[in-house]
Design a protein around this ligand. Sequence first.
Ligand SMILES: *[C@@H]1O[C@H](CO)[C@@H](O)[C@H](O)[C@H]1NC(C)=O
Ligand SMILES: *[C@@H]1O[C@H](CO)[C@@H](O)[C@H](O)[C@H]1NC(C)=O
Ligand SMILES: *[C@@H]1O[C@H](CO)[C@@H](O)[C@H](O)[C@H]1NC(C)=O
Ligand SMILES: *[C@@H]1O[C@H](CO)[C@@H](O)[C@H](O)[C@H]1NC(C)=O
Length: 347
Amino acid sequence: MKQTLAEVMRMSRICRMIFATCLGSFILVIFYFQIMRRNPFMVDSCCRKGSRSALQELYNPSQMELSGGAVLHQARRDQVVDSCRMYSASSRKRRVLTPGDLKHLVVDEDHELIYCYVPKVACTNWKRVMMVLTGRGKYSDPMDIPSNEAHVPSNLKTLNQYSIAEINHRLKHYLKFLFVREPFERLVSAYRNKFTLKYNSSFHKRFGTRIVRRYRKNATHDALVNGDDVKFKEFAEYLVDPATLRDGPLNEHWQTVYQLCHPCHIHYDLVGKYETLEEDANYVLRLVGVGDSLHFPSYAKSTRTTDAMTAQFFSNISSQQQIQLYQLYKLDFLMFNYSTPSYLRLD
Ligand SMILES: *[C@@H]1O[C@H](CO)[C@@H](O)[C@H](O)[C@H]1NC(C)=O
Ligand SMILES: *[C@@H]1O[C@H](CO)[C@@H](O)[C@H](O)[C@H]1NC(C)=O
Ligand SMILES: *[C@@H]1O[C@H](CO)[C@@H](O)[C@H](O)[C@H]1NC(C)=O
Ligand SMILES: *[C@@H]1O[C@H](CO)[C@@H](O)[C@H](O)[C@H]1NC(C)=O
């Protein structure tokens, strides 16, 4: 009797030990995957021999000058993750990305980088820099590359051109970044560039004629044929018209960053901002390890769209249109921490 009791107690002690061991290793496994997720290279010694990857430098900086940026960029990543969580909680829409969604992700295999380009956010200069990085010595100064050359699709490789396995490998192991801008400043910049300048009539023909036809009463014959005098008010009407969205995705120059780069599906390691363009861009180049030889072209365009200019354009549209435009770009405002512009009349 006494012996059986001792036996049972021993058994239960063994059980407890086994249970504790199991629990312990389970926690270890979870912990291991957490580390893997945050820093895929800490336990993985693949990749470029001898040198540290940009991803390693971001999450685990070896140089003092890079460690300050790490904190800032963690806060920006958290903001994106939090906004995506809020959005997915309030929305039932779920979708899976297809290779066709990855057309804006430019790949640099040599430096293990992926850049999602957003038009009107220094994207010409970034494409030039990506051409220098992927050019294997073909170019040294980004500004030697003519801007139209930077936009020739075959000059840069995009992620949709790879197999599914190659896509997944690159999404997991490369440093992924994008550059964003205050959404309405970007929108007004697109409007000014595509509708008020005379140098390229392709947007007038493709979009201008349609906008005039749909939203201008008593349009003149010339306006209907040329589509070259679209008012900001008409452009705004076009953007928020449900008929426009039924026609298909918006043109990339005014499409949201959310739809262009899919930041809720693709975990970007770094969010750069147009407002701190040079600082953020040169930070990326230092992470890559080319900061000494390659500098981001400095920007000094006098025609640059400013906040005051944006306010001017918005003062010309109705309060209802302002609200509708804000709804359209709301996720970009939230995800990238841009405050609601003070000039809006949202009452
Ligand atoms: C968001 O913006 C506010 C005010 O501009 C700033 O204080 C805060 O640090 C920003 N947060 C992030 C995550 O960038
Ligand atoms: C005008 O823009 C279109 C579309 O962006 C482009 O395909 C075309 O080459 C441009 N034309 C000129 C003359 O720059
Ligand atoms: C359009 O033209 C007609 C006839 O000329 C005129 O009666 C009407 O007021 C005009 N409408 C607008 C919005 O200008
Ligand atoms: C605002 O609208 C007026 C009248 O339609 C126009 O003359 C002016 O150029 C517009 N301003 C801007 C900044 O669009």
